[in-house]
Design a protein around this ligand. Structure first.
Ligand SMILES: Nc1ncnc2c1ncn2[C@@H]1O[C@H](COP(=O)(O)OP(=O)(O)OP(=O)(O)O)[C@@H](O)[C@H]1O
Length: 295
């Protein structure tokens, strides 16, 4: 598939989704012509995207398609190879304020003695500028954050002893400590059972509804968040497709993106993708007029 046939990567910035119907809203993150390559391997390119306050953007794609790398770019931990990018009106930089990050879940070592409240406190202190919080204020804020995710009962338990789902709640409390206007979540549902998946998605959804925090949610599985998603950004083979789930999660859209026939079927309200290649073949640009075609 060459670039002329590439699935219409948004050529112009997209309109705010319904959730951001306020015409005066400004995007919390904007990418124009953004690209990321490692060596001659293009993960994504020509990415034009505005993320709106209160929007729930799901980022999908096979292993190695560059989902985590996109979050790293938004966090200022990775420079895009091309294009322009702003987050909360500025070029992203490490430790930026009002950006919450829930990293990909790795079980915390069993011997970790940090308690749940210590992790949340780190989130609170790590992002503060100016005068430090008084101990009483910090403690109250930590308690509020733990309560907001239903983690009060294990606030003083070392996190290494918590279950995966409990640890995930604490991570979300930590991410909310920055009072984020954009919340970046990297596969927060991984290895959680259905009940914990529901809890985590409900927490994230509540935050965006009560505080208009934009959510960029990397996931392998759209079904647990299907009812919440405003738009999908699907990355594959160095290309991408952006739009509402009904436009992106279709046989024709994903077949074009993958360059091979892929079936997308809906069964009992769930979306099942059949035949998508698991991993991303390495893509070498040929250096054509649009920055490189496909092999
Ligand atoms: N610093 C780096 N240098 C070179 N290659 C890298 C670097 N960081 C990531 N990669 C490669 O870029 C590709 C995309 O990685 P990334 O973690 O963004 O993918 P992903 O879509 O999040 O994958 P997964 O679904 O498996 O988590 C991977 O093949 C990875 O090995």
């Amino acid at each position: 598939m060459d670039r002329a046939q590439a699935p219409s990567p948004a050529a112009a910035p997209l309109s705010p989704p319904a959730v951001a119907a306020d015409s005066t809203a400004t995007p919390v993150a904007s990418l124009r012509g953004a690209a990321l390559s490692y060596g001659d391997r293009v993960l994504w390119q020509d990415l034009d995207l505005d993320v709106w306050p209160g929007e729930f953007l799901a980022v999908l794609g096979p292993n190695g398609s560059g989902k985590t790398s996109l979050l790293r770019v938004l966090l200022g931990r990775q420079q895009p190879t091309a294009g322009a990018l702003t987050v909360l009106g500025h070029p992203p930089r490490r430790g930026g304020r009002h950006i919450g990050y829930v990293p990909q879940q790795k079980s915390l070592p069993a011997h970790t003695m940090l308690r749940a409240r210590d992790l949340v406190r780190l989130g609170l202190e790590g992002h503060r500028w100016g005068l430090p919080l008084t101990p009483g204020t910090a403690r109250r804020r930590v308690d509020e954050l733990l309560e907001s995710v239903g983690a009060t009962s294990y606030a003083d338990v070392p996190v290494g002893r918590l279950s995966g789902g409990e640890q995930q709640r604490v991570r979300i409390a930590q991410a909310l400590a920055t009072d984020p206007r954009i919340l970046l979540c990297d596969e927060p549902l991984l290895s959680l059972d259905l009940q914990h998946q529901r809890t985590v998605t409900a927490l994230v959804d509540r935050r965006r509804r009560t505080a208009s925090t934009a959510v960029v949610f990397v996931t392998h599985e759209i079904n647990p968040v299907l009812g919440l998603v405003d738009r999908v950004l699907y990355l594959a083979r160095g290309g991408h497709r952006i739009g509402p789930p009904d436009e992106v999660m279709t046989t024709s859209a994903l077949s074009r993106l993958y360059g091979t026939h892929v079936d997308v079927v809906r069964v009992h309200g769930r979306i099942v993708v059949v035949g998508a290649p698991d991993a991303v073949p390495v893509h070498h640009p040929t250096g054509g007029p649009n920055g490189g075609g496909r092999p």
